[in-house]
Design a protein around this ligand. Structure first.
Ligand code: CO
Length: 305
């Protein structure tokens, strides 16, 4: 055993703090993380993601969603990101905080956040959602970066979500007469497996009430697939309700537009009067609750500290 004599003690007294100081000086990362692990919980953030919109009512709906998230998660940092390049580059967007999800995540990472829950206001786990999820999860593997990134599932993320959303919509849009129907119209994407969700929801909603139908603007069911069903049910008048986060261009053009390919025009050609609702799912507080429950599910997967 080595005995510590006076000289060695003196040496240690100088050397140890000197070395520790040098290490901390040259590696601020170590100093920072050492400070944070002392009983403190990892810095958490919520990233809300929307496609983005130039429709003012939709912007109001997003503000409302943010308010609800802030009320529920008072101590958590909350940020927005938009997936649409076009919306981000619009002159009206100047001065607003309009990062892409990737830029927003980079910023959070640079600011020392360790865990992020991402809620995107997508309806189905389609191509856009998949791309967002893939990129967001890439951020979880970087050394010195996030410890955890969880992406909440979209509105119609599983069967229970579908039945819950169908229930909310059926109570909100009960048809008035026997010859009146409702077609809920989603976006759709004929080249993506998520397109099948609309077909499943169509059959589920028709079982709830034979005057309910679900169609899409870019996938299936198409207007040509729904029109014979409307005729068979002897429906003469339908409300066209967007099954989309916001009521933007697709509602104006592909649902309510005068173009011969619009839902309204195809219905008119078949003797059915169509009346479009200019309001998206983000404007329905009960539907927003479904999204917020998915956010809560995601947050529950972060560390509980
Ligand atoms: Co589109």
């Amino acid at each position: 055993m080595m005995k510590i004599n006076g000289h060695m003690l003196l040496l240690l007294l100088f050397l140890v703090p000197l070395l520790a100081g040098l290490i901390l000086y040259f590696s601020p990362g170590i100093a920072e993380s050492a400070m944070k692990t002392e009983g403190e919980s990892p810095k958490k953030a919520i990233l809300l993601v929307a496609f983005g919109t130039s429709v003012p009512e939709a912007a109001t709906a997003f503000d409302e969603i943010e308010k609800r998230v802030r009320e529920k998660y008072k101590d958590t940092e909350i940020r927005w990101a938009l997936t649409s390049k076009i919306i981000r580059s619009k002159p009206s967007a100047q001065g607003k905080n309009l990062d892409s999800p990737e830029i927003a995540l980079s910023r959070l990472m640079g600011e020392g956040y360790k865990e992020v829950a991402v809620l995107s206001l997508h309806v189905v786990p389609g191509q856009e959602f998949e791309e967002l999820e893939r990129n967001a999860l890439q951020f979880a593997g970087m050394s010195g970066g996030f410890e955890k990134v969880v992406v909440a599932r979209p509105l119609l993320g599983n069967y229970d979500d579908m039945t819950r959303v169908a229930g909310i919509l059926s109570r909100r849009f009960t048809p008035e007469g026997e010859s009146e129907g409702v077609v809920f119209i989603g976006h759709g994407n004929g080249r993506h497996p998520s397109d099948a969700i609309y077909g499943a929801m169509n059959s589920y909603m028709t079982d709830l009430d034979k005057r309910f139908f679900v169609g899409t603007v870019e996938g299936h069911p198409t207007p040509d697939q729904i029109v014979p069903k409307l005729r068979a049910a002897q429906i003469r008048k339908v409300r066209l309700v967007p099954l989309m986060t916001i009521a933007g261009d697709h509602v104006r053009k592909d649902i309510a537009g005068d173009d011969p390919g619009s839902w309204k025009s195809i219905l008119a050609k078949n003797g059915i009067e169509g009346e479009a609702l200019f309001s998206g799912l983000a404007q329905n507080p009960d539907i927003v609750s479904v999204w917020l429950d998915h956010l809560e599910d995601a947050i529950s997967k972060l560390s509980s500290k």
